[in-house]
Design a protein around this ligand. Structure first.
Ligand code: NAD
Ligand code: UFG
Length: 342
Protein backbone atom coordinates (compact mmCIF):
# COMPACT_ATOMS: atom_id res chain seq x y z
CA UNK A 1 0.00 0.00 0.00
CA UNK A 2 1.50 3.30 -1.17
CA UNK A 3 1.08 6.27 1.21
CA UNK A 4 1.68 9.85 0.06
CA UNK A 5 3.36 12.01 2.71
CA UNK A 6 3.15 15.74 1.99
CA UNK A 7 5.97 17.45 3.91
CA UNK A 8 7.51 14.01 4.41
CA UNK A 9 11.07 15.40 4.62
CA UNK A 10 10.17 17.41 7.71
CA UNK A 11 10.58 16.50 11.37
CA UNK A 12 7.42 14.45 11.98
CA UNK A 13 6.98 13.29 8.36
CA UNK A 14 10.47 11.78 8.14
CA UNK A 15 9.99 9.78 11.34
CA UNK A 16 6.60 8.59 10.07
CA UNK A 17 8.14 7.54 6.74
CA UNK A 18 10.57 5.29 8.62
CA UNK A 19 7.81 3.65 10.66
CA UNK A 20 5.68 3.14 7.52
CA UNK A 21 8.57 1.56 5.60
CA UNK A 22 9.34 -0.70 8.59
CA UNK A 23 5.74 -1.95 8.49
CA UNK A 24 5.94 -2.80 4.77
CA UNK A 25 4.13 0.24 3.36
CA UNK A 26 5.43 2.00 0.25
CA UNK A 27 6.15 5.69 0.76
CA UNK A 28 5.90 8.62 -1.66
CA UNK A 29 7.03 12.05 -0.47
CA UNK A 30 6.31 15.51 -1.83
CA UNK A 31 8.23 18.33 -0.17
CA UNK A 32 9.38 21.78 -1.30
CA UNK A 33 12.19 21.73 1.31
CA UNK A 34 11.16 25.17 2.58
CA UNK A 35 11.81 23.93 6.13
CA UNK A 36 13.79 20.73 5.60
CA UNK A 37 16.86 19.34 3.98
CA UNK A 38 17.05 17.07 0.94
CA UNK A 39 19.69 14.95 2.71
CA UNK A 40 16.94 13.70 5.07
CA UNK A 41 15.53 11.61 2.21
CA UNK A 42 18.73 9.57 1.93
CA UNK A 43 18.84 9.23 5.71
CA UNK A 44 15.32 7.74 5.65
CA UNK A 45 16.56 5.31 2.97
CA UNK A 46 19.68 4.47 5.02
CA UNK A 47 17.78 3.84 8.26
CA UNK A 48 15.01 1.79 6.66
CA UNK A 49 17.14 0.13 3.96
CA UNK A 50 14.17 0.66 1.64
CA UNK A 51 13.46 2.83 -1.41
CA UNK A 52 10.91 5.60 -1.53
CA UNK A 53 9.63 7.94 -4.24
CA UNK A 54 10.45 11.64 -3.93
CA UNK A 55 8.77 14.53 -5.73
CA UNK A 56 10.48 17.82 -5.06
CA UNK A 57 7.97 20.67 -5.24
CA UNK A 58 5.00 22.44 -3.74
CA UNK A 59 1.73 20.78 -2.73
CA UNK A 60 -0.06 23.75 -4.27
CA UNK A 61 1.28 22.72 -7.71
CA UNK A 62 -1.74 20.90 -9.19
CA UNK A 63 0.22 19.52 -12.17
CA UNK A 64 2.84 18.00 -9.90
CA UNK A 65 0.19 16.45 -7.66
CA UNK A 66 -1.59 14.98 -10.70
CA UNK A 67 1.75 13.54 -11.87
CA UNK A 68 2.13 11.85 -8.48
CA UNK A 69 -1.38 10.36 -8.55
CA UNK A 70 -0.79 9.18 -12.14
CA UNK A 71 2.61 7.62 -11.50
CA UNK A 72 2.01 6.19 -8.02
CA UNK A 73 -0.86 4.07 -6.87
CA UNK A 74 -1.67 6.17 -3.78
CA UNK A 75 -4.02 4.55 -1.27
CA UNK A 76 -4.02 7.28 1.40
CA UNK A 77 -2.43 10.63 2.20
CA UNK A 78 -0.78 11.96 5.35
CA UNK A 79 -0.75 15.75 5.09
CA UNK A 80 2.18 17.11 7.12
CA UNK A 81 3.14 19.98 4.78
CA UNK A 82 2.63 23.35 6.39
CA UNK A 83 4.39 26.30 7.94
CA UNK A 84 4.47 26.01 11.73
CA UNK A 85 6.22 28.94 13.40
CA UNK A 86 3.75 30.72 15.69
CA UNK A 87 5.73 34.00 15.83
CA UNK A 88 6.37 34.07 12.07
CA UNK A 89 2.65 33.54 11.45
CA UNK A 90 1.86 36.71 13.42
CA UNK A 91 4.33 38.68 11.26
CA UNK A 92 3.35 37.04 7.94
CA UNK A 93 -0.30 35.96 8.19
CA UNK A 94 -0.95 35.89 4.43
CA UNK A 95 1.99 33.57 3.84
CA UNK A 96 0.60 31.20 6.46
CA UNK A 97 -3.00 31.28 5.23
CA UNK A 98 -1.82 30.85 1.63
CA UNK A 99 0.58 28.02 2.28
CA UNK A 100 -1.38 26.00 4.81
CA UNK A 101 -4.90 26.46 3.49
CA UNK A 102 -4.21 26.50 -0.27
CA UNK A 103 -2.05 23.36 -0.02
CA UNK A 104 -4.93 21.54 1.71
CA UNK A 105 -7.49 22.74 -0.86
CA UNK A 106 -5.34 21.66 -3.80
CA UNK A 107 -4.50 18.34 -2.15
CA UNK A 108 -8.16 17.51 -1.46
CA UNK A 109 -9.20 18.55 -4.98
CA UNK A 110 -6.61 16.25 -6.54
CA UNK A 111 -7.42 13.41 -4.12
CA UNK A 112 -11.08 13.64 -5.13
CA UNK A 113 -10.23 13.71 -8.85
CA UNK A 114 -8.14 10.58 -8.36
CA UNK A 115 -10.60 8.75 -6.07
CA UNK A 116 -8.31 8.76 -3.04
CA UNK A 117 -10.49 9.29 0.01
CA UNK A 118 -8.33 8.51 3.07
CA UNK A 119 -6.58 11.47 4.68
CA UNK A 120 -4.69 11.96 7.94
CA UNK A 121 -4.20 15.65 8.73
CA UNK A 122 -1.53 17.15 11.02
CA UNK A 123 -3.55 19.31 13.36
CA UNK A 124 -2.45 20.84 16.63
CA UNK A 125 -3.42 21.37 20.24
CA UNK A 126 -3.46 25.08 19.35
CA UNK A 127 -7.01 24.57 17.95
CA UNK A 128 -8.21 24.50 21.59
CA UNK A 129 -7.02 28.07 22.26
CA UNK A 130 -6.70 28.88 25.96
CA UNK A 131 -7.68 25.64 27.77
CA UNK A 132 -10.95 25.92 29.69
CA UNK A 133 -10.23 22.68 31.55
CA UNK A 134 -7.32 20.26 31.92
CA UNK A 135 -6.53 17.70 30.70
CA UNK A 136 -7.94 18.74 27.32
CA UNK A 137 -10.48 16.35 25.82
CA UNK A 138 -11.38 16.33 22.12
CA UNK A 139 -14.83 17.70 23.08
CA UNK A 140 -13.17 20.90 24.37
CA UNK A 141 -14.35 23.89 22.28
CA UNK A 142 -12.14 24.67 19.29
CA UNK A 143 -11.56 27.89 17.36
CA UNK A 144 -12.25 30.41 20.09
CA UNK A 145 -9.32 32.07 21.83
CA UNK A 146 -6.67 30.97 19.32
CA UNK A 147 -3.91 33.55 19.69
CA UNK A 148 -2.17 33.40 16.30
CA UNK A 149 -2.72 32.88 12.53
CA UNK A 150 -0.84 29.54 12.55
CA UNK A 151 -3.33 28.07 15.00
CA UNK A 152 -6.22 29.54 13.05
CA UNK A 153 -5.02 27.81 9.84
CA UNK A 154 -5.22 24.46 11.66
CA UNK A 155 -8.70 25.25 12.96
CA UNK A 156 -9.90 26.47 9.54
CA UNK A 157 -8.52 23.38 7.82
CA UNK A 158 -10.35 21.12 10.27
CA UNK A 159 -13.57 23.01 9.43
CA UNK A 160 -12.92 22.66 5.68
CA UNK A 161 -12.32 18.93 6.07
CA UNK A 162 -15.58 18.54 7.98
CA UNK A 163 -17.45 20.41 5.22
CA UNK A 164 -15.88 18.03 2.73
CA UNK A 165 -17.14 14.88 4.48
CA UNK A 166 -20.59 16.47 4.78
CA UNK A 167 -20.63 17.09 1.03
CA UNK A 168 -19.43 13.62 0.06
CA UNK A 169 -19.65 10.60 2.29
CA UNK A 170 -16.86 8.68 0.59
CA UNK A 171 -14.21 10.66 2.51
CA UNK A 172 -12.53 9.14 5.58
CA UNK A 173 -10.54 11.87 7.32
CA UNK A 174 -8.73 11.95 10.66
CA UNK A 175 -7.24 15.08 12.21
CA UNK A 176 -4.49 14.29 14.70
CA UNK A 177 -4.09 17.09 17.21
CA UNK A 178 -0.46 16.88 18.26
CA UNK A 179 0.76 18.27 21.53
CA UNK A 180 4.48 19.18 21.80
CA UNK A 181 6.64 16.92 19.63
CA UNK A 182 10.17 16.27 20.93
CA UNK A 183 12.77 13.51 20.56
CA UNK A 184 14.60 12.07 17.59
CA UNK A 185 15.14 8.72 15.88
CA UNK A 186 17.35 6.50 18.05
CA UNK A 187 19.81 6.05 15.15
CA UNK A 188 20.85 9.68 15.79
CA UNK A 189 20.58 10.29 12.02
CA UNK A 190 17.40 12.35 11.90
CA UNK A 191 15.72 14.79 14.28
CA UNK A 192 14.52 18.37 14.50
CA UNK A 193 16.88 20.88 12.88
CA UNK A 194 15.12 24.25 12.86
CA UNK A 195 16.42 26.92 10.51
CA UNK A 196 17.78 29.95 12.42
CA UNK A 197 17.31 30.40 16.17
CA UNK A 198 14.84 27.82 17.53
CA UNK A 199 11.43 29.05 18.67
CA UNK A 200 10.60 25.89 20.58
CA UNK A 201 11.91 24.84 23.94
CA UNK A 202 13.53 21.46 23.25
CA UNK A 203 15.67 22.45 20.24
CA UNK A 204 16.70 25.59 22.16
CA UNK A 205 17.83 23.54 25.17
CA UNK A 206 19.70 21.12 22.87
CA UNK A 207 21.56 23.97 21.16
CA UNK A 208 22.57 25.46 24.52
CA UNK A 209 23.81 22.02 25.60
CA UNK A 210 25.95 21.61 22.48
CA UNK A 211 27.37 25.14 22.82
CA UNK A 212 25.67 26.66 19.77
CA UNK A 213 23.66 29.07 21.97
CA UNK A 214 24.78 30.65 25.24
CA UNK A 215 21.70 30.73 27.40
CA UNK A 216 18.05 29.72 27.45
CA UNK A 217 15.42 32.32 28.27
CA UNK A 218 12.70 30.73 30.41
CA UNK A 219 9.55 32.63 29.48
CA UNK A 220 7.78 33.34 32.76
CA UNK A 221 8.44 32.12 36.29
CA UNK A 222 5.19 33.41 37.75
CA UNK A 223 2.56 31.12 36.21
CA UNK A 224 0.06 29.41 38.48
CA UNK A 225 1.96 26.09 38.24
CA UNK A 226 3.97 24.23 40.92
CA UNK A 227 7.34 25.76 39.93
CA UNK A 228 5.94 28.88 38.21
CA UNK A 229 7.00 27.85 34.67
CA UNK A 230 4.78 26.78 31.77
CA UNK A 231 3.53 23.21 31.57
CA UNK A 232 3.20 21.25 28.30
CA UNK A 233 2.63 17.71 27.10
CA UNK A 234 5.89 16.60 25.43
CA UNK A 235 5.48 13.57 23.19
CA UNK A 236 8.28 11.58 21.52
CA UNK A 237 8.19 12.00 17.74
CA UNK A 238 8.45 8.22 17.20
CA UNK A 239 5.31 7.72 19.30
CA UNK A 240 3.63 10.38 17.16
CA UNK A 241 4.80 8.61 14.00
CA UNK A 242 3.35 5.30 15.21
CA UNK A 243 0.09 7.09 16.05
CA UNK A 244 -0.25 7.95 12.35
CA UNK A 245 -0.02 4.33 11.29
CA UNK A 246 -2.57 3.28 13.90
CA UNK A 247 -4.89 6.07 12.74
CA UNK A 248 -4.38 5.05 9.10
CA UNK A 249 -5.20 1.42 9.80
CA UNK A 250 -8.25 2.50 11.79
CA UNK A 251 -9.58 4.36 8.72
CA UNK A 252 -10.14 1.03 6.91
CA UNK A 253 -13.85 0.71 6.21
CA UNK A 254 -14.59 4.00 8.05
CA UNK A 255 -16.20 7.16 6.67
CA UNK A 256 -16.51 10.71 7.94
CA UNK A 257 -14.32 12.96 10.08
CA UNK A 258 -12.69 12.26 13.45
CA UNK A 259 -10.18 14.10 15.61
CA UNK A 260 -7.81 12.63 18.19
CA UNK A 261 -5.34 14.11 20.64
CA UNK A 262 -1.84 12.69 20.35
CA UNK A 263 -0.04 13.43 23.59
CA UNK A 264 1.20 11.59 26.66
CA UNK A 265 -1.42 12.91 29.07
CA UNK A 266 1.30 14.25 31.41
CA UNK A 267 2.24 17.86 31.97
CA UNK A 268 5.94 18.76 32.30
CA UNK A 269 7.22 22.20 33.31
CA UNK A 270 10.03 24.09 31.59
CA UNK A 271 12.30 23.57 34.62
CA UNK A 272 11.48 19.84 34.69
CA UNK A 273 12.40 19.53 31.01
CA UNK A 274 15.68 21.37 31.60
CA UNK A 275 16.57 19.07 34.47
CA UNK A 276 15.64 15.90 32.51
CA UNK A 277 17.86 17.08 29.65
CA UNK A 278 20.75 17.83 32.04
CA UNK A 279 20.46 14.33 33.51
CA UNK A 280 20.49 12.64 30.11
CA UNK A 281 23.17 14.75 28.45
CA UNK A 282 25.47 15.34 31.41
CA UNK A 283 25.49 19.03 30.39
CA UNK A 284 24.49 21.99 32.50
CA UNK A 285 21.91 24.21 30.78
CA UNK A 286 22.47 27.90 31.50
CA UNK A 287 19.14 29.68 31.78
CA UNK A 288 17.58 32.86 33.02
CA UNK A 289 13.94 33.48 33.86
CA UNK A 290 12.52 36.39 31.83
CA UNK A 291 9.05 37.85 31.17
CA UNK A 292 6.24 35.67 29.87
CA UNK A 293 6.08 35.20 26.09
CA UNK A 294 2.92 36.88 24.71
CA UNK A 295 0.27 34.35 23.70
CA UNK A 296 1.58 31.52 25.93
CA UNK A 297 -0.81 29.67 28.24
CA UNK A 298 0.21 28.42 31.70
CA UNK A 299 -0.63 24.75 31.14
CA UNK A 300 -1.65 22.57 28.20
CA UNK A 301 -1.80 18.78 28.28
CA UNK A 302 -3.94 16.13 26.67
CA UNK A 303 -6.60 13.75 27.77
CA UNK A 304 -5.51 10.72 25.75
CA UNK A 305 -8.42 8.41 26.56
CA UNK A 306 -10.08 8.65 23.14
CA UNK A 307 -7.00 7.60 21.14
CA UNK A 308 -6.39 4.80 23.59
CA UNK A 309 -9.98 3.51 23.49
CA UNK A 310 -10.76 3.98 19.80
CA UNK A 311 -7.37 3.54 18.16
CA UNK A 312 -5.66 1.36 20.75
CA UNK A 313 -2.71 3.77 20.68
CA UNK A 314 -0.81 5.34 23.52
CA UNK A 315 2.58 7.01 23.86
CA UNK A 316 5.22 4.57 25.09
CA UNK A 317 8.53 6.41 25.18
CA UNK A 318 9.69 8.21 28.31
CA UNK A 319 10.90 11.76 28.75
CA UNK A 320 14.39 10.36 29.48
CA UNK A 321 14.40 8.50 26.15
CA UNK A 322 13.32 11.67 24.35
CA UNK A 323 16.11 13.69 25.99
CA UNK A 324 18.84 11.13 25.30
CA UNK A 325 17.65 10.72 21.68
CA UNK A 326 17.74 14.50 21.15
CA UNK A 327 21.20 14.68 22.68
CA UNK A 328 22.52 11.88 20.41
CA UNK A 329 21.02 13.60 17.35
CA UNK A 330 22.27 17.07 18.37
CA UNK A 331 25.86 15.91 18.97
CA UNK A 332 25.90 13.98 15.65
CA UNK A 333 24.57 17.06 13.86
CA UNK A 334 27.19 19.30 15.46
CA UNK A 335 29.96 16.87 14.37
CA UNK A 336 28.50 16.67 10.85
CA UNK A 337 28.33 20.48 10.59
CA UNK A 338 31.84 20.82 12.04
CA UNK A 339 33.40 18.36 9.60
CA UNK A 340 31.40 19.95 6.73
CA UNK A 341 32.79 23.39 7.53
CA UNK A 342 36.39 22.35 8.19
P1 NAD B 1 8.44 20.65 9.54
O1 NAD B 1 8.53 22.07 9.16
O2 NAD B 1 9.67 19.94 10.00
O3 NAD B 1 7.82 19.80 8.33
C1 NAD B 1 6.91 20.35 7.40
C2 NAD B 1 7.43 20.01 6.00
O4 NAD B 1 6.52 20.52 5.03
C3 NAD B 1 8.80 20.63 5.72
O5 NAD B 1 9.65 19.63 5.21
C4 NAD B 1 8.50 21.70 4.66
O6 NAD B 1 9.58 21.87 3.78
C5 NAD B 1 7.27 21.13 3.99
N1 NAD B 1 6.35 22.09 3.37
C6 NAD B 1 5.80 23.19 3.94
N2 NAD B 1 4.96 23.77 3.06
C7 NAD B 1 4.98 23.03 1.92
C8 NAD B 1 4.32 23.12 0.67
N3 NAD B 1 3.46 24.10 0.39
N4 NAD B 1 4.60 22.18 -0.27
C9 NAD B 1 5.47 21.18 -0.01
N5 NAD B 1 6.11 21.04 1.16
C10 NAD B 1 5.86 21.96 2.11
O7 NAD B 1 7.29 20.52 10.65
P2 NAD B 1 6.89 19.29 11.57
O8 NAD B 1 7.25 19.61 12.97
O9 NAD B 1 7.33 18.02 10.95
O10 NAD B 1 5.30 19.41 11.48
C11 NAD B 1 4.53 18.68 10.52
C12 NAD B 1 3.11 19.17 10.60
O11 NAD B 1 2.63 18.98 11.94
C13 NAD B 1 2.92 20.65 10.30
O12 NAD B 1 1.74 20.81 9.56
C14 NAD B 1 2.80 21.29 11.68
O13 NAD B 1 2.03 22.45 11.64
C15 NAD B 1 2.09 20.18 12.45
N6 NAD B 1 2.34 20.25 13.92
C16 NAD B 1 3.61 20.14 14.41
C17 NAD B 1 3.83 20.19 15.80
C18 NAD B 1 5.21 20.05 16.40
O14 NAD B 1 5.32 20.07 17.65
N7 NAD B 1 6.26 19.89 15.60
C19 NAD B 1 2.74 20.36 16.68
C20 NAD B 1 1.46 20.46 16.13
C21 NAD B 1 1.27 20.40 14.75
N1 UFG C 1 9.73 28.27 26.32
C1 UFG C 1 10.73 28.91 27.03
N2 UFG C 1 11.82 29.35 26.36
C2 UFG C 1 11.98 29.17 25.00
C3 UFG C 1 10.95 28.51 24.28
C4 UFG C 1 9.84 28.09 24.98
O1 UFG C 1 10.62 29.08 28.24
O2 UFG C 1 13.00 29.61 24.44
C5 UFG C 1 8.56 27.77 27.05
C6 UFG C 1 7.24 28.36 26.58
O3 UFG C 1 6.97 29.56 27.28
C7 UFG C 1 6.27 27.22 26.93
C8 UFG C 1 7.10 25.96 26.71
O4 UFG C 1 8.46 26.38 26.79
O5 UFG C 1 5.92 27.29 28.29
C9 UFG C 1 6.88 25.29 25.37
O6 UFG C 1 7.05 26.24 24.33
P1 UFG C 1 7.26 25.82 22.81
O7 UFG C 1 7.51 27.06 22.01
O8 UFG C 1 8.27 24.74 22.70
O9 UFG C 1 5.84 25.16 22.40
P2 UFG C 1 4.36 25.74 22.43
O10 UFG C 1 3.63 24.99 23.49
O11 UFG C 1 4.36 27.21 22.50
O12 UFG C 1 3.82 25.35 20.98
C10 UFG C 1 4.19 24.12 20.33
C11 UFG C 1 4.38 24.36 18.83
C12 UFG C 1 3.06 24.59 18.17
C13 UFG C 1 2.11 23.48 18.49
C14 UFG C 1 1.97 23.35 20.00
C15 UFG C 1 1.07 22.19 20.31
O13 UFG C 1 5.22 25.48 18.62
O14 UFG C 1 3.26 24.60 16.78
O15 UFG C 1 3.23 23.13 20.59
O16 UFG C 1 0.79 22.13 21.67
F1 UFG C 1 0.94 23.68 17.93
Amino acid sequence: MNILLTGGAGYIGSHTAIELLAKGYKVTIIDNFSNSNQSTINKIRAISKKELALYSGDVRDEKLLQKIFTEQSIAAVMHFAGLKSVGESVAQPLTYYQNNIDSTLVLCKLMKLNNVSKLIFSSSATVYGVPKQLPIEETHPVGTGITNPYGRTKYMIEEILQDLVTSDDTWAITALRYFNAIGAHDSGLIGEDPKGKPNNLMPYIAQVAVGKLDMLNVFGGDYNTPDGTGIRDYIHVVDLAKGHITALEHLDGKKGFSAYNLGTGSGISVLELISAFEKNSGKKIAYTVVARRPGDVASCYADVTLASKKLGWRAEKTLDEACSDVWRWQTNLANEQHSGSS
